[in-house]
Design a binder for this molecule. Structure first.
Ligand code: GLC
Length: 544
């Protein structure tokens, strides 16, 4: 299973549209990323995760792929991606791509072929078609919920979508096969078999070009079942385990990262990590202050990382304990933010408040994933236009976390030379907006805090992803031990916080501000945060 490198990784997510535009068309591109690799390397991260960069009509920002084997022309060429992978490797950075295999774009040649056919493909349909609307169906017609879409013709009937209507579900078969619905294929039917082979072909194509692995979009959406959700997850997991077994021979170092946590089905796991996704309760209860909208699937509650200090770490810690109980060594990825919801700097959360959040994110026993721009505290921009399917639910707008990277004080914050009206999304209009250039040489900047935290994590294995994390105080100030050698204290609230801890005696601050240790007393200013070294454990007499 993978090579294990993921447990030591520090990841950096790049939304390619918005990172750096080298050709002045207003949209980021791969050459732009190549030009900015030194910035990425200066952070200390060692793994880039790209959101999809493949050919696409961009109804859903590239999560609607029309050719898995071709880089979208607006981002460059396949050769550019190979060059980027090689240039990143020279700096010790791996590149992970996004694999969107639950569905394609309606513009994919496979879909167009089936759309223009008069009936099922003799080799097996790659998509799911039926002539009449079913009696049994899914209850809601929301993006992300499978649903039937009337064929835009010439083929008659309906196709199954996976997210937006423009994202037809690929046919990986069904677990429930009623006699009166003969159009359903079993998971080993000819169409599903073609798609399983396709999966290997796509993985092999990019892994052979130096890519280090994939983040798998909607990883557990492949096999369908409208009656028994567990059965389809079981069958989908089985499919991924087969892929993992093949990878173990063909590309043993490659990693597969699921979009969320991998469901535990009582068998071997197929993926190399769990992902505590931004929209899930474990992350949302820590950071979601509702300023980017409301997640319809999370009951709103005050986040722990908030000036008011009314939140709790309990949901996060319960999820963490559950994940670690099953397998203490399995990596759990925890992002600062991502392309699907908000940012750390969201609504009332100020730059001053980011230190506690970043200190936690880079010293917890998870694998950190820094979302582009969060290293300078770029803010979530409310009121952005609905570009490329950004609004998938009326309750929130993903565009606010997808705005262009702010590099310097030049036109368009150094992102692009295009006319501002041509930009993918508007730049933050605030004249005090953070930029890389302004923070570069400021020792007190968010950028340099991030660099110092990552450097410390690298220098001290106890702060990495392989060492146990022991919570000493779950409230304010949140206090935990890493291994036997380090203590971390963060107080995300405005009010100072104090805790008495026998373990804290003699601890020395390595990095941070606003934390004083007085005997066993840990005193933390509002928004204070620190990483501390614990005194060495006494060596017992007679030990050598
Ligand atoms: C995942 C992606 C999201 C996309 C959706 C459909 O949730 O992160 O951006 O819209 O899948 O592919």
């Amino acid at each position: 299973m993978g090579s294990g490198w993921l447990a030591d990784a520090v990841m950096y997510e790049i939304y390619p549209q918005s990172f750096a535009d080298s050709d002045g068309d207003g949209i980021g591109d791969l050459r732009g990323v190549i030009d900015r690799l030194d910035h990425i390397a200066s952070l200390g991260v060692d793994t880039i995760w790209f959101n999809p960069c493949f050919a696409s009509p961009f109804f859903d920002a590239g999560y609607d792929v029309s050719d898995y084997l071709r880089v979208a022309p607006r981002y460059g060429t396949n050769d550019d991606l190979v060059e980027l992978v090689a240039a990143a490797k020279q700096r010790g950075i791996r590149v992970v791509l996004d694999l969107v295999v639950g569905h394609t774009s309606i513009e994919h040649a496979w879909f167009q072929r089936e759309l223009h056919a008069t009936g099922p493909d003799p080799d097996g349909d790659r998509y799911v078609w039926r002539e009449h609307l079913p009696q049994r169906t899914w209850s809601s017609d929301l993006p992300g919920t499978p649903g039937w879409v009337a064929s835009p013709g010439p083929r008659e009937g309906f196709y199954l979508k996976n997210f937006y209507d423009e994202q037809p579900a690929l046919n990986f078969g069904w677990t429930h096969l009623p006699d009166d619905e003969p159009w359903r294929d079993p998971v080993d039917g000819p169409g599903p078999r073609r798609n399983r082979q396709m999966l290997r072909d796509v993985l092999d194509f990019w892994l052979s070009r130096g890519v280090a692995g994939f983040r798998v979009d909607m990883a557990f959406s492949l096999v369908k079942d409208d009656r028994d959700p567990t059965a389809c997850v079981q069958a989908t997991t089985e499919l991924w385990r087969e892929i993992r077994q093949w990878l173990d021979d063909a590309h043993p170092d490659a990693v597969l990262i699921p979009e969320g946590p991998e469901p535990r089905m009582g068998t071997d796991l197929a993926f190399d990590a769990d992902f505590f996704l931004v929209i899930l309760a474990e992350h949302a209860t820590l950071f979601d202050n509702h300023a980017a909208g409301v997640l319809p699937f999370q009951p709103p509650q005050p986040p722990f990382f908030d000036a008011e200090g009314a939140g709790s770490t309990s949901t996060f810690l319960a999820g963490w304990a559950a994940a670690k109980q099953v397998d203490p060594h399995r990596p759990v990825i925890l992002s600062t933010a991502d392309h699907d919801f908000n940012r750390l700097a969201c609504g009332p959360r100020t730059a001053e408040q980011l230190g506690a959040a970043l200190t936690f994110l880079f010293t917890w026993g998870s694998v950190p994933c820094l979302y582009y721009g969060d290293e300078i505290g770029m803010r979530y921009l409310p009121g952005m236009p609905d570009v490329e399917g950004a609004i998938c639910n009326p309750a929130y707008n993903r565009a606010g976390c997808r705005t262009p990277m702010q590099w310097d004080d030049g036109p368009n914050a150094g992102f692009s030379t295009a006319d501002p009206a041509q930009l993918y999304l508007p730049i933050d209009p605030d004249p005090r907006r953070p930029t890389v250039a302004a923070q570069q040489d400021d020792p007190a900047s968010t950028l340099n805090l991030v660099r110092r935290l990552i450097a410390l994590r690298r220098a001290e294995p106890a702060l990495g992803g392989r060492t146990p994390t022991t919570v000493l105080h779950a409230g304010y100030p949140f206090t935990y031990r890493r291994g036997d050698s380090h203590l971390v204290v963060v107080n995300p609230r405005r009010e100072p916080a104090v805790v008495e801890l026998a373990e804290a005696a003699g601890a020395q601050v390595l990095l941070g501000s606003g934390v004083v240790i007085d005997g066993q007393r840990v005193q933390v200013d509002g928004f204070g945060h620190a990483v501390l070294a614990l005194p060495l454990a006494p060596v017992s007499a007679g030990s050598s």
